[in-house]
Write a protein that binds this ligand. Sequence first.
Ligand SMILES: *Cc1c(COP(=O)(O)O)cnc(C)c1O
Length: 409
Amino acid sequence: MTRFNTQLVHGLPVGDNATGAVNPPIYNSSTYTFGSVREMPRWDYARSGNPTREFLERQIAQLEHGTRGFAFASGLAAIHAVLSVFSPGDRIVVGDNIYGGTYSLFNEYFAERGIEFDTVDTSDFEALEQAVSGRGPHGVRRAPARAVYFEVLTNPLLKVNDAARISAVAHRYGALSIVDNTFVTPYLQQPLDLGVDVVIHSATKYLAGHSEVTAGLVVVRDDVLAQAVYFAQNRFGGVLAPAECNDVRRGIQTLALRLERQQENAQAIAEYLAASPLVVAVHYPGVSADRDRLLADNGLRGFGGVLSFEVADGVDPEVLLDSLHVFRLAVSLGAVESLAELPSRMTHFELPREERLKVGITDGLIRLAVGIEDKADLIDDLAHAFALASGAHADADSAADSAEVAAVA
Ligand SMILES: *Cc1c(COP(=O)(O)O)cnc(C)c1O
């Protein structure tokens, strides 16, 4: 068996065409001929299955060390499909810092249809165990939860969750362990090896990697779960179109190269920010004193390319963001270009302010999703924006500087 980086490039044999093409073909066909009325063909209709989609699904299953993969039209379509395996009355324990769209899907859709959600800090194992077991702090007893749903690297504060320990707690009470590992990717961790039952990705981010497509992926090992997810994929029909399956397939081939550079850049930027007197907090585990322990204890090979930070009094975070030129002011993450945003007004604006503050997303917190550019340009861009945002040199020089940077960007 080949190693991970080789698997990224050609883990699966193309072996399907007479041309010798090194890439699998894109099958733009919604329907397929039957050999005869009584002969059910392998492919009949594209919602149920398509060879290009199957290639991507087998590719991600291989990389995640699962048995079945499923491709959806978006990360949220994937999450919807996974949650549909539960029934009214089921209780799901959810990490207290999950993607905003997921939070809304759970609380504004599934909760109204009878699924119960309990929010818990998944790094507090006592609280987690209480929530999963159904033994409340006041002696209240409920049925054990059916699942624990969490993210390993949280957004945007980059807290680290221990997939192995969380899964062990879930399994002790017969619950499934479900992880959205969009921020981690199989390059940094294969959660199924750590006991997780379902891995979900918004492939829109690192896996596709070029801000061109929205896509979602699910990987499982268990056949019964696979059948349930397949049912949801085929019956809700939120499938990924063939051309987009190919975009994600191609993106995955360069995942390692991109993520290596993104992490190298993120580390350099986090170190720059940590040393700046204009910054009061940097949220990136790579600059924590616990760095090595965090990697070892959580079964991670890196911390990815997203980080966040808080500026000192006297620095206007909005001016800072509006003054960036190499970083683009945009939500999303994981692509080749660097993006910057203000979570309180952009990615997390839907969260009630009190909820936001409770998990540490202050009004001035800035998130960076670092790309693959030259790190010196990214740091120069930040330095320049800091100068403007702190009023340090609001003179003609800076106007000239920004014109120059804009020309590059
Ligand atoms: C973006 C994102 C999603 C949603 O994915 P879409 O592809 O936008 O539907 C879910 N979870 C995480 C962690 C994300 O970053």
